[in-house]
Write a protein that binds this ligand. Structure first.
Ligand code: GCB
Length: 602
């Protein structure tokens, strides 16, 4: 063993340049990028022998070195070039039958050609990797990231060389009690590099991220701020919005930061009916030099606020005709990851009459939010603080907090996002309250132009009277709760139910629903039939109409989705069947009940 170690260490001795943990670049889709999507080689490493030695010591000559035999007698027990390939982005569970239930480590590897540009830097960007990613470039660690649904990037300039380069990613989706989400959750734990991989070409100092928003209280004022990637003073930043005849020159302060407020006279606000966005361009001077940077965006403006139990969009009361959606491909399952998937799923929501979608239970890919914005759909975006998190673990909190931050930072210029949700169905208790109130404060501090909510539970009803009581009520702007009358409780109860939400805030019923297998027909009291689900929707919508202050609903759920908790053979077959569409995209009868109810809410 020792001999092998030394041979390999010699073989693979490379420089020890470390890449830095680089703050998330904003609006990556409109930067100068080269896609690294496509076929990547992969190796399934059940015991992580590419990373740990036989005494579980960390190897300095692991698979990330991409070693090749140099002499005929050399022993190297892996070869990425001969390994099978998988298209990226994707999930391994639906790409390789052997990996359907697999939770563990898979190595991904590809090579690419690169020519450095003088005075430029290169970021390596991942839209998402589930769950833990350790990223290596040319055998050197660029960084590691936890959390399966948020983007991250590393400045890899110093790790790259002219010509052939390789990137290797150790992806591990093992669940653990301390993770976010934790050990149990009702969706498939799809593993892999599930979103785009990009090389981003930026100047030495570049536009890091920025925010352009309508002032929360004053619809005649735009607030703008921008942060450079470095603390460089006296750089000129130009903000222009040609359609509004705005061209504003600003100079960065010692932190490489600019901010300003602009008065606007006539602004067409974004709304589901008219999802207007304005072309915006940002330039970092001096222009016509290698140091300049330019980013364009298209940004909409709206206000969202509450008044008592009312929700106001652009100052007008609005009812959120919503639906919950998991990030799965519209026809056939697997992780959704592109603009086409987004368009199909959101078209179904539009057909249902929706003006709102709840992207459950984690931040969805960026195309989804952008496509929803284009199509006039408001968005609830959420982090996977789901069921029972390790409330007292500092690392767990740091992880959740980082996911919240990155979710907000990625989408802060998407005006259709109106609600950041910090949790789903969490158990009452002091420790939970501390954890969640910190997250709520963080969301408010990071972004004052949106509302904060979380999906709560009504614990028990006595004499059919449901009273929502949750200490978190004071930390959220919108009260939301899930309830399953007709599914986890008798449907006949619905008509008798009364609801008391003792808080002067708008109310969203963030989940209700029941399962049906598409094509299974029978009496309305026969579980799993489309008629059962149809009746459940009838009873529930009638009941919801009696909730005082109801400002919207997001029934559970648009489409059947894979879940390891749904084992009933012949009916569930590892699918949660509460979709209004089947996993193959066929409409069930309940779809029409909800559509009709939403017609009446317009
Ligand atoms: C819930 C959860 C959701 C589940 C759903 C169900 O309350 O929030 O993630 O999938 O119930 O189907 O039981």
């Amino acid at each position: 063993m020792r001999r092998l170690t030394s041979i390999l260490m010699l073989l693979t001795a490379v420089m020890t340049v470390q890449a830095e943990d680089t703050p998330l670049i904003g609006n990556v889709l409109n930067r100068q990028t080269t896609s690294l999507n496509g076929d990547w080689h992969y190796l399934v490493d059940v015991q992580e022998c590419g990373y740990y030695g036989y005494r579980r010591e960390k190897l300095s000559y692991g698979f990330f070195r991409n070693a090749k035999p140099q002499q005929p007698e050399d022993l190297i027990e892996y070869d990425f070039d001969k390994a099978e390939t998988m298209p990226i982005p994707s999930d391994w569970n639906t790409r390789d039958q052997r990996l359907f239930f697999y939770e563990g480590t898979v190595w991904f590897h590809r090579s690419f050609n690169y020519q450095p540009k003088a005075g430029h830097r290169t970021l390596l960007y991942f839209g998402a990797v589930n769950y833990e990613a350790i990223v290596f470039v040319n055998g050197q660690e660029a960084g590691r990231h936890v959390g399966g649904f948020t983007p991250f990037n590393y400045d890899v300039t110093n790790l790259l060389k002219a010509g052939e380069n390789f990137v290797t990613v150790k992806v591990d989706n093992k669940r653990s009690r301390e993770n976010v989400p934790t050990l149990i959750f009702d969706w498939w734990n799809y593993g892999g590099i599930t979103r785009d991989v990009l090389l981003v070409d930026v100047p030495q100092t570049y536009i890091g991220n920025y925010s352009l928003q309508l002032d929360r209280r004053n619809p005649k004022q735009l607030n703008f701020s921008l942060q450079l990637s470095a603390k460089e003073a006296n750089r000129q930043v130009t903000l222009s919005i040609p359609e509004l005849k705005i061209k504003q020159m600003l100079t960065t302060d010692a932190n490489g930061h600019v901010s300003t407020s602009l008065k606007v006279k006539k602004l067409q606000l974004w709304s589901p009916e008219v999802p207007k966005r304005y072309g915006v361009s940002l330039t970092l001077g001096p222009t016509d030099s290698d140091a300049s940077d330019m980013v364009s965006d298209s940004i909409g403006f709206r206000t969202i606020e509450t008044r008592g139990k009312q929700l106001l969009l652009n100052g007008q009361p609005i009812f959120l005709r919503g639906i919950s959606i998991h990030e799965e491909k519209p026809n056939g399952g697997g992780r959704a990851n592109g603009p086409e998937d987004a368009h199909t799923l959101l078209s179904w929501a539009k057909e249902l009459g929706c003006n709102f979608v709840r992207l459950a239970h984690y931040p969805h890919h960026e195309y989804m939010v952008r496509e929803a914005e284009r199509m006039g759909l408001m968005v609830w975006s959420e982090i996977p603080v789901y069921w029972t998190i390790a409330w007292t673990d500092d690392d767990t909190f740091a992880n959740a907090s980082r996911q919240l931050n990155d979710m907000i930072r990625r989408d802060q210029n998407r005006c259709n996002v109106i609600i950041w949700s910090i949790a789903n169905e969490t158990p009452h208790g002091k420790e939970r309250d501390t954890f969640l109130s910190r997250l709520s404060r963080q969301a408010h501090d990071t972004d004052s132009t949106r509302l904060v909510s979380m999906a709560m539970e009504v614990l028990a009803a006595s004499n059919y009277h449901n009273k929502l009581q949750d200490n978190m009520n004071e930390y959220v702007d919108v009260i939301s709760f899930n309830q399953y009358i007709g599914w986890y409780r008798d449907v006949k109860d619905a008509a008798k139910m009364t609801w008391e939400i003792p808080y002067d805030k708008p109310v969203i019923v963030s989940e209700f629903g029941g399962g049906a297998k598409y094509g299974l027909h029978g009496a309305k009291n026969q579980r799993w039939t489309e008629e059962f689900q149809e009746n459940l929707y009838r009873e529930n919508t009638a009941m919801l109409d009696k909730i005082d202050g109801l400002a919207g609903t997001t029934p559970w759920i648009l489409k059947d989705f894979r879940s390891p908790r749904r084992l009933l053979t012949g009916v569930q077959d590892y699918y949660n069947r509460k979709g209004l569409f089947s996993d193959q995209g066929q409409k069930k009868k309940a779809f029409y009940v909800l559509k009709e109810w939403y017609e009446g809410k317009k």
